[in-house]
Design a protein around this ligand. Structure first.
Ligand code: PLP
Length: 431
């Protein structure tokens, strides 16, 4: 039996959930995570993995290993640690490449997301008097907006003129794919950089990266994606889709822990180019001659050329624990399970009284990831407080937006069914 097949014949959600979980090959991964305990002593139902993922059990051991090696080896740990610090970041490279559908040379784990947005814009936002616009989503994540505005200013342009926003049609909550492509076709000659989130952090809308990239490149634009809500959530093919760069954080779906390190993708076509402007640091210098400490920067022929500093090993260690789980499961299996769980969550929402909630996320599975965003007019605060009192963690964006993500690594169908029971109880329609 394929547990992801929607045609179960069970009469109740609970039975359906139990059947799904019993047949779910990824179910054992749930035990690899630590979760907070609710007031009644039970582990919480965690639906906020799009905000901060749970702690992998192995994270502590991975971090302690670094601390112990530092204690016993001191500076020699750079070379003699069980996993030498000099090359520690490389332990993440292959798994990260598989995670986002890239070649190993195209990815590096470094810095944090907003820093990486800036570093990528130094290289790929090259405005001229005739082509200086940056195309972003209306209501983009504030940090992304601040970053692009300050980059435009840095180049001497008025952000009001430089930033072009994509907005939904009147009365609609998400963008239409055809409208995005039409905007690029119409205004592309004035657009230096297209920078979109995927998925959109608020609505959970997924964009067609391949089509947007093709349309942008046809107009001579650079194309980048902020995958804060995509990495570890969507099945990605960055190399084949062909954007010039992508950036993401690893602490949301990827469970790297608070403030965890970010990821960067630079497409192969840009690697080893001498004509790309870049802010440089010694960790981007060719490994073979880095410690000759010469005055002239010789970039790595990989995405590592964009590294500045020697990386924080403790943070990399925590991420390594989570990436091992992702790599073992694989994104095809994870996204297949996520699609089922998200649909199951959607079916819970359908049982609520008419008008209680409205879904902002597109209903078509290929236009969303794991997260569903609902509007709860007038009752969002009460709903989230009610759920919290009853041991379920979701995420509130005041005044009325609630985001719920049944992430497949550690969420069971039983968790989603339990959330459904709470939702129905809140509206007094307990089924
Ligand atoms: C979470 C998120 C950020 C956070 O940026 P940091 O630099 O990691 O603090 C930025 N942009 C988007 C779209 C996000 O979802």
């Amino acid at each position: 039996m394929n547990p992801y097949d929607r045609n179960f014949q069970e009469t109740t959600f609970a039975e359906e959930a139990a059947r799904f979980d019993a047949a779910d090959p990824l179910a054992p991964l749930r035990a690899e995570f630590l979760r907070p305990v609710a007031a009644d002593g039970r582990p919480i139902l965690h639906f906020a993995g799009h905000s901060l993922g749970l702690q992998p059990r192995q994270a502590r051991e991975a971090v302690l290993e670094v601390l112990d090696d530092w204690a016993t080896l001191g500076v020699e740990g750079h070379f003699a640690a069980r996993r030498p610090w000099l090359s520690y970041h490389e332990l993440l490279t292959e798994a990260t490449a598989r995670l986002v559908g890239a070649q190993a040379e195209e990815v590096v784990v470094m810095n944090t997301l907003s820093v990486n947005v800036h570093l990528m814009m130094v290289s790929f936002y090259r405005p001229t008097p005739k082509r200086f616009r940056i195309l972003i989503e209306g209501g983009a994540f504030p940090s992304d907006r601040y970053a692009v505005a300050s980059q435009a200013q840095f180049h001497g342009f008025d952000p009001e003129l430089a930033i072009q926003e994509l907005t939904p049609r009147p009365g609609e909550t998400t963008l239409r794919d055809e409208d995005i492509l039409a905007t690029i076709a119409r205004d592309g000659e004035q657009i230096a950089l297209i920078l979109l989130g995927n998925c959109n952090y608020l609505t959970g809308q997924r964009f067609d990266m391949a089509a947007i990239t093709r349309a942008g490149h046809a107009q001579g634009c650079h194309v980048g994606f902020d995958l804060a809500h995509g990495a570890g959530n969507l099945l990605l093919n960055l190399h084949d889709d062909g954007p010039d760069f992508a950036v993401w954080c690893n602490y949301k779906y990827l469970n790297a822990g608070p403030g965890g390190l970010g990821g960067v993708f630079v497409h192969r076509r840009h690697l080893g180019r001498g004509d790309i402007p870049r802010f440089a640091g010694w960790w981007g210098h060719d490994k073979a001659s880095r410690f000759q400490m010469g005055p002239h920067f010789q970039p790595m022929p990989t995405a590592e050329a964009w590294q500045l500093s020697n990386p924080p090993i403790l943070a990399l260690a925590a991420l390594r624990a989570s990436m091992a789980l992702f790599d073992a499961a694989g994104m095809p299996a994870l996204t297949q399970k996520a699609a089922w769980l998200t649909d199951f969550l959607y079916r819970q929402l359908l049982t609520l009284p008419a008008g209680a909630v409205t879904l902002m996320t597109p209903t078509e599975p290929h236009r969303r990831g794991t997260m569903l965003t609902i509007r709860v007019p007038g009752q969002a605060d009460q709903l989230v407080a009610f759920l919290q009192r009853n041991g379920a963690e979701v995420d509130l964006r005041r005044p009325d937006i609630v985001r719920i993500a049944p992430v497949p690594l550690y969420t069971s169908a039983g968790d989603v069914a339990a959330l459904g029971v709470l939702l129905r109880a809140f509206w007094g329609t307990d089924a």
